[in-house]
Design a protein around this ligand. Structure first.
Ligand code: ZN
Length: 422
C-alpha cells in the first residue's frame, strides 16, 4: 500500500500533507488501535500523562535562547559585585520594581516617571528613553546607541551590547563593566528619586557611575571577593547563579521586595529542633534584616526542621498581610521537594503540601536556595530557640526584652555582612 500523494496534497495543507506522506503504512490491512505516544509502551499511565503536561508547560514558557545564556554566562563570570549580577539578572527578566510592573501587580503607585512625568515608567523608559537616561548615555565614555524611533526590547539591547563588547574586548575588557555600571547607576539614581525625592539629573547619574566604578575596583582588588558562583547557569537559567529557585506564587516573573530568611536547627541525638526567620522589607527601604520570630520542638530529621521554618515563616508573613515574598533557605532538599508536584519525601509530605497551599495565596512568591551566610540571622534564631527551648516573637515580644535586645545587637552585626552580599 502507498499513499495517493496527489490526492493528499490536494486535500491538505502543505505541511500536514508532508507529515502524512512521511508516515509509514502497513503492508497489509490492519485495524486501527489507540496508542498513547507519551509512553514507549503505548499504554496510558497517569505518571506519563502528568509528565507530558509538565513538559508542555515548560515548552510553553518563554525559553531562553542561546544569546541570553551566553550573556548570563559572561556576566556571572565577570568579577563584578554580586549585587550587580543579581540586578542584571532582574533587568533581563523584567523583574525590577519599576512603576509599570508594580501597577500590573496591583500595587498602588502612580505609573508615571518621577523625572519627566512620562505616563508609563517601564524598564525601557528608565534605562533608555527617559531624558535623563538619554543624556547620561550621550555624554558617557562608552558609546551606546539608543534607537529612538522604534520601541526597543531592553533585554535584547543589553544582550547585544554585552555580546558586542565581549567579542571586541574579550574577557578582560572594561566596557562590559562600564556598561553595567551605567545601568546600575541609572537604577540607583531612579530609586533615590522615587524614595527620597532626590532630583537625580544626568549629572547625579554620572557621579553615581564614578562611585560605582570605584567600588568595583576596590572589590576587584580585595583578595577574597565574595563570589556568588563562578559557574554560568545552563540547565535552569531563570535563576541567578548559585541559587536554586522555586516559584510558587501566581506571578512568576517578578521578585518581591520583601525577603524572608528561614532556617532550621536540629540535634541528631535529642531530636530537638529550632526554627527561625528574619526579614527585610525593601518596600520600606530596610537595609538590614530584622528578626522575625522562632520556635522549638521535636522533629525526626533536619529537613523537617527546615520545612517547619519555611512554613512558620510564611504563616507569620501572611498574618502581617505580606502579599509578595521572596524566601531564602539554605536547604537544597527543601527547595527540590517544593519543586515537585507530588511524591514528596514521606516524612515531610504534609508540611510541603501546606507550604504549597499557602504559597498559592501570595501574589508573588519564590523560594531561593542560597548560601548559608544569607540565612545567617534565621540560623542564629533557630539555634537559640533549639538550645534554649524558647519561643521568639518580635511582634508581641514573647521573650524578655533584655534577651531580645541582645539578639538584635548580634543580628545587626550579622546583618551588615549579609547586606554586603546582597
Ligand atoms: Zn522619565
Amino acid at each position: 500500500m502507498t499513499w495517493k500523494a496527489t490526492l493528499v496534497r490536494e486535500r491538505f495543507e502543505w505541511k500536514d500533507a508532508k507529515d502524512i506522506l512521511a508516515m509509514e503504512l502497513p503492508q497489509s490491512p490492519k485495524s486501527d488501535f489507540i496508542f498513547w505516544k507519551a509512553h514507549p509502551s503505548g499504554n496510558f499511565i497517569t505518571k506519563s500523562g502528568y509528565a507530558m503536561l509538565v513538559e508542555n508547560r515548560i515548552k510553553d514558557e518563554d525559553r531562553l535562547n542561546r544569546d541570553t545564556l551566553k550573556v548570563l554566562g559572561i556576566v556571572w563570570k565577570d568579577k563584578i559585585l554580586p549585587k550587580w549580577k543579581v540586578f542584571m539578572w532582574r533587568l533581563m527578566f523584567n523583574g525590577l520594581a519599576v512603576n509599570s510592573n508594580l501597577s500590573k501587580r496591583g500595587i498602588e503607585v502612580g505609573s508615571q516617571c518621577e523625572y519627566c512625568g512620562y505616563m508609563d515608567e517601564n524598564i525601557q523608559h528608565v534605562f533608555q528613553t527617559c531624558s535623563v537616561a538619554r543624556l547620561s548615555w550621550m555624554v558617557y565614555k562608552i558609546q551606546v546607541q539608543i534607537e529612538t524611533l522604534e520601541p526597543i526590547n531592553v533585554k535584547k539591547w543589553v544582550q547585544n551590547y554585552i555580546l558586542l563588547f565581549h567579542s571586541e574586548d574579550g574577557s578582560n575588557g572594561s566596557r562590559i563593566e562600564g556598561f553595567i555600571a551605567m545601568l546600575w547607576s541609572l537604577w540607583v539614581t531612579r530609586n533615590a528619586r522615587v524614595f527620597r525625592k532626590d532630583g537625580g539629573h544626568a549629572r547625579t547619574v554620572l557621579q553615581q557611575v564614578e562611585v560605582a566604578l570605584r567600588t568595583l575596583s576596590v572589590f576587584q582588588q580585595s583578595p577574597h571577593p565574595i563570589q556568588i558562583d563562578p559557574v554560568p547557569p545552563d540547565s535552569e537559567p531563570r535563576e541567578p547563579p548559585g541559587f536554586l529557585l522555586v516559584q510558587l506564587g501566581s506571578n512568576q516573573n517578578v521578585f518581591a521586595n520583601f525577603v524572608l530568611q528561614v532556617d532550621g536547627s536540629w540535634d541528631k541525638k535529642t531530636k530537638r529542633a529550632g526554627w527561625g526567620w528574619a526579614y527585610k522589607d525593601g518596600n520600606m527601604e530596610m537595609v538590614v534584616f530584622q528578626a522575625g520570630g522562632g520556635d522549638y520542638g521535636c522533629t525526626s530529621t533536619a529537613l523537617q526542621a527546615e520545612t517547619r521554618a519555611c512554613l512558620r515563616g510564611l504563616q507569620w508573613a501572611k498574618e502581617r498581610n505580606i502579599m509578595e515574598i521572596l524566601v531564602f533557605t539554605d536547604s537544597l532538599i527543601l527547595v527540590s521537594e517544593l519543586k515537585k508536584q507530588s511524591e514528596y519525601i514521606v516524612h515531610v509530605t504534609w508540611e510541603i503540601q501546606e507550604i504549597r497551599k499557602l504559597a498559592a495565596t501570595f501574589n508573588v512568591r519564590s523560594i531561593l536556595k542560597t548560601d548559608r551566610n544569607k540565612v545567617e540571622m534565621a540560623h542564629v534564631i533557630a539555634n537559640k530557640c533549639r538550645k534554649d527551648g524558647s519561643t521568639l516573637s518580635f511582634r508581641i515580644f514573647g521573650v524578655n526584652l533584655f534577651y531580645a535586645a541582645s539578639l538584635i545587637v548580634r543580628y545587626e552585626i550579622v546583618a551588615s555582612k549579609i547586606v554586603q552580599v546582597l
